[in-house]
Design a binder for this molecule. Sequence first.
Ligand code: PMP
Length: 405
Amino acid sequence: MSFDVAAIREQFPILKREIDGNPLVYLDNAATTQKPQCVIDALVDYYTTCNSNVHRGAHRLADEATRRFEAARDIVKDFIHAPKREEVIWTTGTTEGINIIANGLSQLLSTGDEVIATGMEHHANLVTWQQACKASGATLKTVPVTDDGELDQTAYEALLNERTKFVAFPHVSNALGTVNPVKAMTAKAKEFGAWVLIDGAQGAAHCKVDVQDIGCDFYVFSGHKIYAPMGIGVLWGQASLLENWPVWRTGGEMIATVTLQNATWNVLPYRFEAGTPNVGDAIALGEAIRWFSALDHHAVVAHEKALLDYATELAENFDGLTIIGNAKHKIGVLSFVMDQGHPADIGFLLDRQGIAIRTGDHCAQPLMTRFGVPGTARASFSLYNTLEEVDILFAALKKVRSMLA
Ligand code: PMP
């Protein structure tokens, strides 16, 4: 299978848009990816032909909706190589998946226990553990980040001990693009019997995810960063843990029996799926993953690497520009600052030229503090971006530089 970027782009209607007469150059993929026509069609088709509430309907539409909804769960299971379909829990996104686990953790830990997160977290994978530690009396420790934007593995090993109960880290940093050695880090945590959660928000669309190979206990990601709609995501967890993990939201669907004073809980995955689920978006996520999985993964990775390598080369030769994050293993993200102006000004002036990037702290304030910057300008790449778009970005940055000088 070869990788035809022009044919891929044809499938994304939004990429035909113009901004003030300029062709849209969409380089904000770490924030959210665009959606191929087949995903948009899957959503429209669901609402056009079989919109219905799942699992309890005694009619054809409910049967069809349930079948498509549960088939999407199987697609996710295969995609991340989960051992069991009931381990795939629908959430609203990465943030909710982490909160479900943090809510339970706050009830399972006590004073003297330790939790490890890292200095490169998105706030979703940090503030949650801060709160769980505050509620339980446990202590939060964080792995420092090196000057290159990698996790300091020596420091990580030094933090691990028999009090370590839980370890959380990102698969890929949203702010720097660093790909972390998740399998090795998981193995080290497992030497001390700690549970491991991986924030896969930026991993799922760029890295092969095999939860059994990685050996982690929990893996979370968001649909909207992997070509699916917003409002749907996945929490995967080992059944043996999730079966006993404290429940999160309570209400319909997650119960087995209810009396006026008491309730018992449903089996997985429904134990964590209180209320009417987001059926249409789950089906669309299934379609997005089906579409993405049909591509040649190696070719996708090679293409995205070529984009980042080229952008990095141009950035390194661009006067006044400093790249933040030079990890050996990086994907998808070029974060930078410029001597001539604040990241917000860079973003504004690029937008005038049709180029969409993100500026600011990227929900990673401790990481920005670590690098001594208020924020960065971040161009983030996806499989539909082209080398020509990288050229357009740098030609536009030249204009920005002279405007700000
Ligand atoms: N973690 C990382 C690494 C992210 O990039 C993001 C989204 N920017 C999140 C967590 C949160 O994802 P969501 O907002 O979809 O819940």
